[in-house]
Design a protein around this ligand. Structure first.
Ligand SMILES: [Zn+2]
Ligand SMILES: [Zn+2]
Length: 359
């Protein structure tokens, strides 16, 4: 958000606004919220309190039933670091195992009012709302690869943003196969699309659409001072998987996606401000007692990066900050993982990522 626009200014969507109560900037200041945009049409205190726990940027839509238009009623504020400074927001740090505290893989790079979303794991829209990011969708989505844990939130992203008021096609970049996936998602929800469009909801006709850009390695996005580069990585038998590097006027970020140690990624991450990288604790690797579990160590080596390997990679790349995410813990603690990174040779700043963490 730009400083001049004023954090906490209630922004009301294109449709009917809640007349009952609209927060003023002063009212928001009284509840000490730095990056909150709220439209409320129900008594405030009890509703707001749970929404601000943890100090995360918050957008709250609390409407008494039927009292206000939920479609587009909330225009959320972006989290603030400094005016127009890029912020990395981890929306989901989890793995396929459903963990209430770690949503599916999704990372946002937020620059002012623009949101660049990387992957759409399950829970992505809930986390977008919790982070105070626009529920009408990101500026663009970049998919690292088509594994289900990274794409199960794609229908949510497509349809929820539409139902919340999206009109323009969702700009989605990713490997070959993304178009077929989105086409099939659209086909699966045809009846919903028809009923929402032609029924009493009067949904925006065609507002659910996705503009798919199937990409190869290299510069894939360059607009308004933001450049996104796709970096080929090595993820087992996947024919194509990407990491992404984001360059903004003031910061650079690399997001690994899923990969075993990859030289192209290491080169792209050299000297970046933030490297967001997956990891598992090498010391915990062992065959698993299940059919096929004997291949587990090989699977990890082929598909993912251990903490020690990551430490080695980061020691060469020297990011200003290393954020570990998408952790296959196998019982490993944060301390073990960070010790593994150190054992690999990286002695710079490293943290364990958490959902809604900002870096
Ligand atoms: Zn994967
Ligand atoms: Zn994954």
């Amino acid at each position: 958000m730009r400083a001049g626009r004023g954090a906490g200014t209630a922004r009301v969507g294109r449709r009917r606004a809640c007349a009952a109560a609209r927060f003023s900037a002063a009212a928001l200041a009284r509840v000490s919220l730095a990056a909150v945009s709220v439209t409320l049409c129900a008594p405030l205190a009890g509703l707001l309190a749970p929404a601000v726990s943890g100090g995360s940027p918050v957008a709250a839509a609390a409407c008494a039933p039927g009292a206000c238009a939920w479609r587009g009623a909330v225009r959320a504020a972006a989290p603030q670091r400094a005016a127009d400074s890029a912020v990395v927001v981890l929306l989901g740090t989890g793995m396929p195992r459903p963990d209430p505290d770690a949503s599916g893989p999704a990372t946002a790079v937020v620059l002012g009012r623009r949101v660049f979303l990387f992957d759409a794991g399950p829970g992505v829209m809930r986390r977008m709302a919790a982070a105070g990011l626009p529920i009408t969708g990101p500026t663009a989505l970049f998919v690292t690869h088509l594994h289900s844990d990274h794409t199960l939130g794609l229908p949510d992203l497509i349809f929820t943003t539409w139902v919340m008021g999206r009109r323009a096609p969702l700009q989605a970049y990713g490997p070959r196969g993304l178009r077929r996936m989105t086409d099939r998602i659209a086909a699966a929800w045809q009846e919903d699309i028809g009923l929402r469009t032609d029924g009493l909801e009067h949904g925006v006709r065609g507002g659910w659409r996705v503009a798919v850009h199937e990409i190869g390695p290299g510069l894939v996005y360059d607009s308004g001072g933001v450049r996104v580069t796709a970096i080929p990585v090595l993820h087992g038998n996947w024919p194509v998987a990407f990491a992404y590097r984001v360059d903004t006027p003031d910061r650079s970020v690399v997001i690994s996606g899923d990969t075993r140690p990859a030289e192209a990624l290491a080169a792209a991450a050299r000297g970046v401000d933030v490297l967001v990288h997956e990891a598992y604790p090498e010391a915990r690797v062992a065959p698993e007692a299940r059919p096929g579990g004997g291949d587990w160590p090989r699977y990890l080596r082929d598909y993912h990066t251990s903490d020690v390997e990551l430490g080695r990679l980061a020691a060469g790349a020297q990011p200003r900050l290393l954020v570990l995410t998408h952790l296959v813990r196998m019982g490993g603690t944060n301390e073990e993982l960070l010790a593994g990174v150190q054992a690999g040779g990286f002695t710079g700043r490293a943290v364990i990522g958490r959902d809604l963490g900002r870096y």
